[in-house]
Design a binder for this molecule. Structure first.
Ligand code: AHM
Ligand code: MG
Length: 334
């Protein structure tokens, strides 16, 4: 048919399987299941203002934050889809203190583990601002045929097999990497398919956007304060002052900066020395995508992907985005 050049997510996943000579289709199946759950969650999010799903569910999640009903729905939907793939032996999510092991025979033999923040930026749900889902996949290190163990989830980010996010924005997009570049798919609601819209995303080396919650400025480390002042200085040669943009949804802030060039900053503060964002299922997957697109991610001193998590919900300061901007901030931190 003339003009027909759509590549759907599933077609793309299958095509890309041949990038991995020994692939048996397990990761492809897992990603396809995830894609289906993404559509279900997207549908629910789109209807959030219409049905009685908004507001606190009365449960406090493991981070001590109010959990909203949509968080619960997203968490349960993704977990069910991941288990149904049969490729995963266990999952860790922001909403659950402990590892969830999938103990049916098929899953126990699964070679992957899954980590996820099912609904990131949830404080934005009630006010119709973009939110996201973040995920990452590792090969288990424990023996197949048994339940998943903590060591499976505490691997360095460098061992990640795949990572991605969904942004529920003015359109819904799924962006992911399997370590061979980054590709973005936009959900076409008329056909209900994620279609390849942003092939091989590369992030600009320099950018002119900085994204930080400046309300906490006084509590930031000196290096971060210096960097923010640098962003605000007048210098026509480097197009400063830079533009400040902060949505308060990591996925949305990162996604904009990925495409336009910029830096996302969530530092340690005097009261939260480890920052806010969780290393295993927020920082690491975003860092993997950033690097795969030519960007950089750091905790101020170390490459994020080199950090070895020592607990499931560990937090880390997080600086991510255009390579030159992150490097400059690191210099000032030093
Ligand atoms: P959440 O996972 O509970 O939604 O929290 C994470 C969010 C990130 O999306 C965002 O970058 C950050 O918290 C915003 O925090 P703050 O309100 O302190 O600026
Ligand atoms: Mg989050």
């Amino acid at each position: 048919m003339k003009g027909y050049s759509i590549t759907t997510l599933n077609e793309f996943i299958i095509k890309r399987q041949t990038d991995f000579p020994y692939a048996k289709g397990e990761l492809s199946r897992l990603l396809s299941h995830f894609g289906i759950a993404a559509k279900i969650v997207n549908k629910k999010i789109n209807k959030a203002g219409l049905v009685d799903i908004l507001g606190a569910s009365g449960i406090i999640n493991v981070q001590g934050e109010d959990q909203k009903k949509l968080d619960v729905f997203a968490d349960e939907t993704f977990i069910a889809a991941i288990q149904a793939s049969g490729e995963v032996c266990g999952i860790v999510t922001e909403e659950n203190q402990e590892i969830i092991t999938f103990d049916d025979n098929l899953s126990r033999d699964g070679k992957y583990i899954f980590l996820m923040d099912p609904l990131d930026g949830s404080s934005n749900i009630d006010v119709n601002v973009s939110i996201g889902t973040i995920f990452s996949i590792y090969r288990r290190v424990s023996q197949r045929g048994h339940s998943a163990r903590a060591e499976d989830f505490l691997q360095e980010g460098t061992r990640m097999v795949a990572a991605g996010y969904i942004i529920y924005g003015s359109s819904t997009m799924l962006v992911y990497t399997t370590g061979k570049g980054v590709n973005g798919f936009t959900l076409d609601p008329s056909i209900g398919e994620f279609c390849l819209s942003h092939p091989d995303i590369r992030t600009p080396e320099f950018g002119s956007i900085y994204s930080v919650n400046e309300g906490h400025y006084l509590k930031f480390p000196d290096g971060v304060k210096k960097y923010i002042k640098y962003c605000q200085e007048l210098d026509p040669e480097t197009s400063r002052p830079y533009t400040s943009r902060y949505i308060g949804s990591l996925v949305a802030d990162f996604h904009r900066n990925l495409l336009k060039g910029g830096i996302f900053i969530y530092p340690s503060t005097a009261s939260s020395p480890k920052g806010k964002l969780r290393l295993a299922y927020e920082c690491n997957p975003i860092a993997f995508i950033a690097e795969q697109a030519g960007g950089k991610a750091s905790d101020g001193f170390n490459r994020i992907l080199d950090l070895k998590p020592d607990s499931l919900h560990q937090r880390s300061p997080f600086y991510v985005g255009s390579r030159a901007m992150v490097e400059h901030l690191e210099e000032l931190m030093g």
